[in-house]
Design a protein around this ligand. Sequence first.
Ligand SMILES: Nc1nc2c(ncn2[C@@H]2O[C@H](COP(=O)(O)OP(=O)(O)O)[C@@H](O)[C@H]2O)c(=O)[nH]1
Ligand SMILES: [Mg+2]
Length: 415
Amino acid sequence: MAAEKVASERVFSERAAASSSNRTDARAIDPLDLPELGSFEPHGSDARPGAKATDAAQAAAARRQAPSAPSAPSATAPVSAEAIAEALDDARESIAEAVQHSVLAELRQMKAFISDQLETLSWFEGTRRQPVRNRLLRTLMTAGFSPALGRALVNRVPEDLNDEQSLVWTGKALARNLLCDTEGSMIDGGGIFALIGPTGVGKTTSTAKIAARFALKHGTQSIGLVTVDAYRIGGQDQLRSFGRMLGVPVHVAHDAASLADFLHLYMNKKLVLIDTAGIGQRDERVEELLASLSSNVVRKLLVVNAAAQVETQEEVVLAYRGAQAAGLVISKLDEAVRPAGALDCAIRHRMRVVGVADGQRVPEDWAWAEPQALVDRALAVHPSPAFELDDQLLSMMFAAPRGQAPQAAPRRSDV
Ligand SMILES: Nc1nc2c(ncn2[C@@H]2O[C@H](COP(=O)(O)OP(=O)(O)O)[C@@H](O)[C@H]2O)c(=O)[nH]1
Ligand SMILES: [Mg+2]
């Protein structure tokens, strides 16, 4: 984790070093201090508010109970009135102490909540007094960026810029922080890649598009195609028919062992693409899938649907461990009203965008990731009047509780 942080900070500082001194050029300022978005990280091992105090109260109650156990009146020995009175006193004391601890824990929790709310509201009030920042915040929220990233950006935009300049600055800051594998160099370098993600996001279609692009440059002989989509009826046939179009045979792996066999068989191929079963991010089989692809040689490309809700995208990234994947494929960009969500996830989780699918046609509707073009597209959102944000709505958004660890999505077996 620390090594990743150092590496990404190096990328940022290298890019910053290559910057010009133009005032509106985001490269001229410090990079976004993304580690500050720590509110997305779970807080330590036990993030329950007041957990420590409550646990301490429970432990104290347990301690008091323990010594009293041996002295508990046996069935045969007569119980004296003093012993009963003493036991009652002990019990009263334990209850009072436990109640005191739990009240204190609740008060602490309330205090933290109120000071968090006040801090956010005073930040928002401060922003309101700076009309350029206020309008910028509204533009970012309207585009679909998260309040966390919006706030980080608005805090850093230089004060002396006008609306247009601050938007240019923000666009550049976003593009600089959106890691992209421009020109598809990662895939062009070859290796074994598995496309993972929820159902219907475009894994198979993207696999076919990537294979077609690669075949154009390196020839069909250099590609191996494997599908482990054994769950869905027709899942294998879909890649098979794309394979036939390309002239590349497709093999079906039914389990981790047969996948290993195929990978061995394809040792001499420059690129091996593994198409996987679509599994909803709340399905516990996601873990099985990730385990079956845990080999070091298999690099994972998470496919995220740009047209999905941003909260869903966030859940997908968390469930599929997107931050540990080699790259991100943003699919269905053509359908997305607010593509900002997918970019926001990529920036906050420091994922490298490998490619973008923007239509159903294979292989035409595919582009290698280009940060500025993606950011410009995300910022060019014109919502219908029903979805416009006014100051009141904005203040409500920013008054919502922040700083909580993301709730793990309920697994399918839990619901
Ligand atoms: N509009 C649009 N449709 C897409 C895109 N990628 C895939 N699709 C369609 O989405 C559906 C599911 O795609 P598929 O590749 O089977 O998804 P998978 O379940 O993740 O493998 C198919 O109808 C595809 O044609 C895209 O970039 N844009
Ligand atoms: Mg599929």
